[in-house]
Design a protein around this ligand. Structure first.
Ligand SMILES: [Mn+2]
Length: 333
């Protein structure tokens, strides 16, 4: 671990100084419908702050959609507050964003003051935070938080290590997607402190019966062109499942770029996965949805959204429109 150990005045101390001098209430906000990586990051950060004498609540908006994610929260005893449980939030409260950045489509702008962001996504809206640690080349936000423990010589409790390793595993698809050296180093460190039996218990049930409809739609509707697979997986598929079904399409031998989408109230949501070295999922979906919606993300995983009005304007030609746009975009590469 000596290689990755840095001096004690790492990034974390800067954040601690800023918030302890402020005297404000501290909230750690995850993106809406939080996934394991955002929950683990928030949980780890909460412990680090507590270790420095700072109390912070973890908050979010939306639902915890996947069964395995709610199992993680339950088995590790992580305390999360839905925004409906914080009716007294004020504009003076300090918000630290984890696994997300202000202005992104997947996070609600709460009334509190977003003073910090710790994230691994690309930046779309440049914000002047008091503190920021944004590293798009890192596979999981959990790895950044884990590094804070190492840099600051904070002993990591077993539950925190278990949460962080699960967050790291899910965001990097078991170290097979968008992995950086930091992720590998942190995985190695976390593996020795985590409760592997508990981790296996969390991972045991990845699917619920009601999820099967989305899979069945993907199987029924998938169309494959060269190495690209595209599927409409039906209405109202939860965001978290959308990504999982995109991973499923990607697991086909024939597919190296997967695009799945689901319509819901308000518009159509997209999930994109890429395993080729020459394509970029974020850039592709941004190009494909240009003019009718928005999209972006990492080279290996990205998302997009088309508002209802734009989707309705296309009507029954929506699918062929998207398909053609993707084929055009791929031709450009
Ligand atoms: Mn993440």
């Amino acid at each position: 671990m000596d290689i990755i150990k840095k001096e004690k005045t790492g990034n974390l101390q800067k954040l601690i100084d800023i918030i302890s001098q402020s005297g404000q209430r501290i909230l750690i906000q995850m993106h809406n419908s939080p996934d394991p990586d955002s929950i683990a990051s928030a949980y780890g950060l909460q412990y680090l702050l507590q270790n420095a004498g700072i109390q912070a609540d973890i908050c979010y908006r939306g639902e915890i959609e996947k069964y395995s994610t709610s199992r993680m929260v339950e088995l590790l005893g992580i305390k999360l507050k839905n925004i409906t449980e914080i009716p007294d939030m004020t504009e003076n409260d300090y918000i630290i964003l984890v696994d997300s950045q202000k202005g992104n489509a997947n996070i609600t702008d709460f009334i509190g003051n977003e003073i910090a962001s710790i994230d691994h996504h690309p930046t779309f809206h440049k914000i002047d935070y008091l503190f920021q640690d944004i590293r798009p080349d890192v596979g999981a936000c959990s790895s950044i938080i884990a590094e804070y423990f190492v840099e600051n010589d904070v002993e990591m409790p077993r539950d925190v290590a278990t949460a962080l390793i699960y967050g790291l595993k899910t965001d990097t698809l078991d170290l097979s997607r968008g992995v950086s050296k930091l992720d590998i180093d942190m995985f190695y460190m976390l593996y020795r402190s985590a409760d592997i039996e508990l981790l296996n218990l969390i991972q045991l049930n990845q699917l619920q019966f009601c999820d099967l409809m989305a899979y069945s739609n993907a199987i029924k509707n998938i169309r494959i062109f060269n190495n690209m697979g595209i599927a409409d997986i039906g209405a109202d598929c939860p965001d978290s499942l959308l990504g999982t079904v995109s991973d499923f399409v990607m697991s086909l031998k024939e597919v190296e770029l997967s695009v799945v989408y689901s319509s819901r109230k308000g518009g159509v949501k997209f999930s994109v996965r890429n395993e080729t070295s020459h394509l970029d999922a974020g850039k592709i979906i941004m190009t494909v949805l240009d003019g009718i919606g928005s999209g972006g993300g990492h080279k290996s995983m990205a998302g997009g959204f088309v508002p209802q009005a734009a989707a309705e304007a296309l009507g029954t030609s929506f699918h062929s429109f998207i398909e053609n746009r993707i084929i055009d975009a791929l031709r450009e590469y």
